[in-house]
Structure formats: structure tokens, C-alpha cells
Design a protein around this ligand. Sequence first.
Ligand SMILES: *Cc1c(COP(=O)(O)O)cnc(C)c1O
Length: 401
Amino acid sequence: MKKTTGMDRAATRNWRAATRAVRGGTWRSEHGETSEALFLSSGYTYDDAATVAARFAGEAEGMTYSRLQNPTVAMLEERIALMEGAEACRVQASGMAAMTAALLCQLSVGDHCVAAKAAFGSCRWLVDQLLPRFGIETTVIDAADNAQWDAAIRPNTKVFFFETPANPTLDVVDLEYVCNLAKAHGIVTVVDNAFATSALQRPLDFGADVVAYSATKLMDGQGRVLAGAVCGSGEFINDVLLPFQRNTGPNLSPFNAWVVLKGLETLSLRADKQSENALELGRFLETRVPRMLHPGLPSHPRHDLAMKQMSAAGPIFAFDVESREKAFAILDALQLIDISNNIGDARSLMCHPASSTHANMGEEARVDMGVTQGLLRINVGLEDPQDLIEDLDQALKSAGF
Ligand SMILES: *Cc1c(COP(=O)(O)O)cnc(C)c1O
């Protein structure tokens, strides 16, 4: 294998965003392929025994086993790191594998984690169920209230964990405030950036320490594979995350890594266009439904902050239609938009979070985080927005709106 400039940080450091998305991390074999090669190999062979020893001792570069390194996976990791503005990145088998690794690799019994209460259902399960089982204390707060972050800090607080915008209530966290507060107290911020991706928001630019992803969503962008990623400093990734990941094995398959690599090439085009379409649908819906949760609209309580942190508001938003019956009636009347709990896809998808993505939480916690029975979440795709508006219009009418 011959390294080309895509893997050479000195050469790629000054590339602009679009160039990084298409060429970052490209690592060509002796065949000179244009598209990244797919290395479906679990192991590697060596010319001699001394090479094995040197590689395992970390004294020589080279692959040893695909739980530890794989060329296709390494290309994806380098591309994501470059796009995120991070020193390093490691990818995992799913977004939840990434979140679990990002938290468990650094938290121990006796530590305390402060987390946003508005979060993806499984992220809340980690905070509410998993961490306490290992003696890690957790506190959930209203993350859109800066003062609650200050108030939650204890001497043993080690990690702040939150999404912005959050799934599915679109709560926006003040990245600069919360990351600076964390820094002043030696706390590590872990930001789940799935709703935005580096195309729309780069938390490291606001002082975050770790950015964790479901790459299943906008990064793949075409609803094909599960994937996750964790980005941060070289020290965090190599000394804290990597020992955990290499020994517990939540690895991403080379095939899925290759699919996500292809997705990244068009990420910013899709993120921008889907954001534009979502704004158009949001403006239409705002005239028809009782409550909108869309950070791109001035009616959102943190619209100005969202627009300071993000280049566009993203493809996902939510709205409330008062009851589960009305929400189901709208979903059932859709003819073009699919009923699906996935997001980030190029197709428009709609779901009822209370009975799907957030069904595993108790009703009390769900209501407390704003996931009401009338809440619907939509991922706006790349279809013509006029077709989507017509579909929503007939679905709303049939449900009495
Ligand atoms: C989907 C999602 C996850 C989980 O990702 P998977 O790839 O489904 O495991 C985590 N956080 C957020 C905000 C998500 O939307």
C-alpha cells in the first residue's frame, strides 16, 4: 500500500471542507483505484515473525487484526476526523455502540455524569439504567437552561453528555457556554451531533472535547447501514477510547465503513438541501398545527442560538397535534411520506416518538422531556418540497386540521 495525500495530515490540514469530504482519508493500494477499496479481511499476514512482534509492540506501522485496524475503516476514520476538525476518530458498529464506548471508556464507579433530559431514548437508557448499574451517578437536567448545568456540578462530575439539537424535541444547547463551564471544572463534554453532523455544526469549534455520532443517519444519508463514530483529541482517542474499543470490540465492519465513506462525499449537499426543504415544510406546517419545534423558525425559543451554532437547522423537526389519535390519523393518511422511525435519509420519513423511539422510557420521564402523545417527528428528504407539502396538506385535512 502506498499512502497518498488523503492520509497525510500535513497535506490535508489546509484543505477546505468540500475537498476533505471527497478526498480526506483516501489511501490507495498499489492498483491506484479511484474509489476507496473495500478490504474484507479479518486478519493480515506478515513476511516474518519479527514484523509481527514489532507491530504488536507498536514499534512498526501496519495492520494486525481487524478488531484493531482495517484499511477501509481507517479511511473512514480519517475522513470523519478531518471533516469534524478533530485530531482523531474511531468508528463503531452503530450510534449506540459509539455512545456506550464514549461514556464507559472514561467513567468509573464513583464518578458523576450530567446529561440532558431531552435525548434519544437509548441514550437516556444509558444514563438512567446502564451507568447507575456500575456505580456511576447520573443527573438529568433541562439542558436548554444554562443555570441547570452550573447547579448540577459536583466534585466528582466527570462528564457532560448531551445532544443539540436533541431527538426529538429539538432542544438546543448553548455549546459555548456549556463547554466553557465544563473546561473550568475539568469536565469532559461528550456531544451527540447526529442531528447536525459536521456539515451543519462542529461542536469542537465551540470547545467540546468529544463528538459522538450515529453515522447511520445523515452521514450514510440513504438509509443503508448502521454506523457510529467518536471524535476527539489524539490523547483521548488513543489513550482513553482505544483500549476500551480494542478489547470490547464494538467495531464497524469494513463494508459498512465503505458505504458511509461514499455517503460523506455528498453529506454537505444533502444536509443543505434537506435543511432548505425542512424549512419550507416547517413554514407551511406552522400555519396549520398548534405547536412547532423547529430550530430554523423564529418561533423556536432558541432560534438565534441555533443559527449562531449551525449553518442551517437540519432536516429534522417536530410538531404537536394534541393527541395520539390525531397523530396516528395523520401518519395513516400519508401517501408519499413514509411512516418510519429512521432519520437523515434522503426520503421523507415521519414517526410518533412516544410509541417508537421513546417507547422504552416511562410515561413520566417522557412527558418531562416533552415527548407528548401528540408529538410527530419528521425527517425531510430530497423529494420536491411541493409534493411533500401536498401530502401533508391532505393528511392534515383528513385528520381535521
Ligand atoms: C439514532 C440516534 C442514536 C443511535 O444511533 P444508532 O446508529 O441507531 O445506534 C443516537 N443518538 C441520536 C441523537 C440518534 O438520533
